[in-house]
Write a protein that binds this ligand. Structure first.
Ligand code: R5P
Length: 311
């Protein structure tokens, strides 16, 4: 069965690197917009009987990137693919996994249904907001983790007395994986979200006295979580410079000003989304080797076990 890779509009350079690693050329496709703003996708190469992988993180603008992905899937299905996999390194809507206030939508569930309805048969994702999202997909989800890659990138920069910090309860399992790989103690910040842009940290659990914090999270959006955790940690006795590692760097709204104002020593993030130039020491960690390896093994019907996010 022939392997075919298509890049969506969200992160063509990541898709290009994945294709290079696999020693194949990306197939061409056209994305056009009608005057009324509707999108239209046309595949420019035959895919009949192929094992097709669509590479498209659904970061901002989230709806546009999602629609692009689903239209690519629909075009692929109608063109007679044998197997259709979406590689979605960052999955938008993942944080909308439950109702918080009452009469509201649960975006994660709806998006999972739409992805399956578009013809996608399998999803490959990286460090999802919560591993429990697997249960909202009716199709198989391969949940890879960039934590081992980010931890190795962090290692040479670790100060002598460091502590891995989960900036909220949702990040505890992720932080535990970093702490285990780096053989460091761990602490947890108690966070309360006030609004989409504002959070408050009300306490720190764990011994942080005199230690430099390594704050880890699945994503940075407005930077509010990192800012609140940073302030709470230094108020609780942290010393030295802070390092931050986050799989996905969305950097929306006030993120840049917030992170710059904190004086963070270095920020480690992957290229799941296009890495923006920032007045900060950014250490980008490339996902292409891991994604290419996952695609290769799926194509050849081999195990992915050692790449998966396990607790
Ligand atoms: C939420 O629980 C996530 O893990 C992140 O902590 C959060 O989404 C980051 O968003 P922001 O940077 O806007 O605080």
């Amino acid at each position: 069965m022939e392997l075919s890779l298509f890049a969506g509009s969200a992160n063509p350079s990541l898709a290009e690197s994945v294709a290079e690693r696999l020693g194949v050329a990306l197939r061409s496709r056209a994305l056009t917009r009608f005057p009324d703003t509707e999108l239209r996708v046309e595949l420019k190469a035959t895919v009949r009987g192929h094992d097709v992988y669509l590479i498209q993180p659904t970061g901002p603008p989230v709806d546009e990137h999602l629609m692009d992905l689903m239209l690519m899937a629909d075009a692929s299905r109608r063109a007679g693919v044998h197997r259709l996999t979406a590689v979605i390194p960052y999955l938008g809507y993942a944080r909308q996994d439950r109702r918080v206030t009452g009469r509201e939508s649960v975006g994660a569930r709806l998006i999972a249904d739409l992805i399956a309805a578009s013809g996608i048969e399998r999803v490959v994702a990286v460090d999802l907001h919560t591993a429990a999202l697997e249960a909202v997909f009716s199709i198989p989800l391969e949940h890879l983790s960039a934590v081992p890659l980010l931890a190795e990138a962090l290692r040479p920069h670790l100060p002598r007395q460091a502590v891995v910090v989960a900036p909220d309860l949702g990040a505890v399992k992720l932080a535990r994986r970093y702490a285990r790989i780096l053989d460091l103690p761990m602490a947890i910040v108690h966070k309360t979200r006030i609004s989409a842009e504002r959070v408050e940290a009300s306490g720190v659990v764990g011994d942080v006295q005199g230690r430099s914090p390594v704050i880890v999270d699945d994503m940075i959006s407005t930077g509010g979580t990192i800012e609140a955790a940073h302030q709470a940690l230094f108020a609780a006795g942290c010393a030295g410079d802070a390092l931050v590692a986050s799989t996905h760097g969305l950097f929306t709204g006030p993120a840049l000003e917030r992170l710059t104002a904190l004086g963070i020593k270095a920020l480690f993030t992957t290229d799941s989304l296009v890495v923006r130039a920032m007045p900060l020491a950014i250490h980008p960690v490339g996902l292409a080797p891991m994604l290419a390896e996952a695609i290769k093994r799926l194509h050849e019907g081999r195990s992915l076990s050692d790449l998966l996010a396990r607790e």
